[in-house]
Design a protein around this ligand. Structure first.
Ligand SMILES: [Zn+2]
Length: 77
């Protein structure tokens, strides 16, 4: 039971692949992240989304996205 909750919680978080390296970063609301992604050029958006993983509009309102300082800067957040 508690495991199922943990999985559900985790599915609502996206992280860039630099998090495990102990890099500094912060969470952004999913909607803000997607909006930032859409304002980037196609290639840049693709490159960034590869580091973070897929996130769909339907999930964005309940998802938090953790970005390291570099990725946040790339996203212009
Ligand atoms: Zn990063």
């Amino acid at each position: 039971m508690s495991n199922q909750i943990a999985v559900a919680e985790r599915s609502r978080v996206r992280e860039c692949l630099h998090k495990d390296g102990g890099t500094m970063g912060q969470f952004f609301p999913g909607e803000r992240y997607i909006r930032a992604l859409q304002s980037l050029r196609g290639e840049d958006a693709l490159e960034l989304s590869r580091k973070v993983g897929p996130l769909f509009w339907s999930d964005a309102p309940h998802t938090r996205v953790w970005l390291c300082a570099d990725c946040a800067q790339e996203a212009m957040l």
